[in-house]
Design a protein around this ligand. Sequence first.
Ligand SMILES: [Zn+2]
Length: 178
Amino acid sequence: MNSLPILQKGHIALSTVCQPVVFPDLDLAHQLTQMHATLADFRSQKGFGRAMAASQVGLNKRIIVMNLGASAFAVINPSITWRSQDMQTVWDDCLSVADCVVRVQRHSSVSVTYQDEQGRVRHWQELPADLAELLQHEIDHVDGILMTDRVLQASDIRPIADHASLIISSRPQTSSFA
Ligand SMILES: [Zn+2]
């Protein structure tokens, strides 16, 4: 009942650079509830979706909600503080791109600094490949960049019907981390 519509590719909100959250933010708790509900709804309907950015539901804030299986949490005002020289090539999906999957290049590892729901600063050092890929996708969203903007050639785009064979089968069990 708190769920919001997920905007689709072509909507201006998805190509807008989002504004930082300034603490205290009186709207934040309610907006996080709505975002968590929206991600949970999508997961129950589609069977995938580990994270979602605020821009995908039309909120102009630098917020990502995540659910890696154990619990849901928020990543606020994220920034990448280090990128590995090593790159990985991955097939990627997006809640806001319903019709295709795309092949993109991501750094194999990144370190990220962010704030939690209370505004406390937190750090992730040298994330494993699957989480590094996910955070680069989501931080792109808060900067107004879609995975399709990073496609280099036509053969890097495949129909969503290939989702299971290209993504579900290749994606490792999501790493756990504290
Ligand atoms: Zn996305």
